[in-house]
Write a protein that binds this ligand. Structure first.
Ligand code: SAH
Length: 251
């Protein structure tokens, strides 16, 4: 029997691990940051408040991402948090003397996308102390978000946002999705557009804006102008309506 298709999408194999987090609000904001970028696996190691996932601040900051909190797990050790992972990256604002190789979020994201067999964890430290050395040493790489050297420590949820964004961009490509933004009507056909030009030309001549004996480049210029926009049927009809009204008034 064929093996079922195992999804290798990074969205399914990237886990966000928060160690010793103090503020439930940050945990909620992390859930939101993850969900906006399409990620959902959240694990907390020993948060300061055992009820952090249902804490009112967490819920308030999660906004519409409460489902990420509901599905999140609380565990008592980093080993439990990393269970099932074959790759872990530690996030730290501070570079240390003894640490795994240091890379940026962007190159990490590219590597994660390229290595479909990796079930990866991104490990974030506490607001106050960051990550302890023993956890950093357990990770394969150290991720440093390049920042102002004099003030390089981001808010926890903002650091998560940045990583989730880079992971998303690396997965989906650096493009705006093709879904139409706002209203989009039916594109006008060439026949409709040609009819509109004829109609406009007639009206412009009727008001002496265009001299049929010496039309210069007026129509080619107008055609060039309109060809830069994706004219829709409705818009062509509006322009024809204007031409029609001009002719009517002149009668
Ligand atoms: N005061 C702590 C920083 C805590 S910020 C310290 O000195 O380490 C909370 C967490 O966000 C950090 O543990 C780290 O995981 C992540 N983070 C914040 N800024 C970062 C940066 N510039 N690069 C990488 N991770 C960062």
């Amino acid at each position: 029997m064929n093996q079922p298709q195992i999804s290798t999408s990074l969205f399914k194999r990237l886990r966000f691990v928060l160690v010793d987090t103090s503020h439930p609000g940050n945990i909620g904001a992390v859930a939101r940051a993850m969900k906006t970028m399409g990620f959902s696996q959240l694990v907390l190691v020993n948060p300061r408040f055992p009820d952090a996932l249902v804490h009112e601040e967490a819920i308030a900051f999660a906004s519409g991402a409460q489902d990420v909190l509901v599905a999140a797990k609380i565990v008592g050790s980093i080993d439990e948090a990393l269970a099932g992972c074959n790759f872990a990256a530690a996030l730290s604002a501070r570079l240390r003397e003894y640490s795994p190789p240091v890379i940026t979020p962007r190159s990490l994201a590219a590597q994660l996308v390229a290595s479909e067999g990796l079930n990866a964890a991104l490990v974030f430290g506490s607001e106050r102390y960051g990550l302890p050395n023993d956890i950093i040493e357990q990770c394969s790489v150290l991720i440093n978000i390049p920042a102002n050297p004099d003030y390089s420590s981001l808010n926890l949820a903002q650091a998560v946002q940045l990583l989730a964004y880079e992971a998303r961009l690396a997965s989906t490509g650096d493009v705006i999705p093709a879904t139409p933004i706002g209203f989009q009507g039916e594109s006008a056909s060439l026949v409709q557009i040609d009819g509109m030009y004829a109609h406009l030309e007639e009206a412009l001549a009727a008001i002496d804006f265009l001299d049929p004996a010496n039309p210069k480049k007026l129509m080619p210029r107008l055609k060039r102008l309109f060809s830069r926009t994706q004219l829709e049927t409705e818009e062509v009809n509006i322009l024809r309506g204007i031409a029609r009204q001009i002719m009517k008034k002149l009668k």
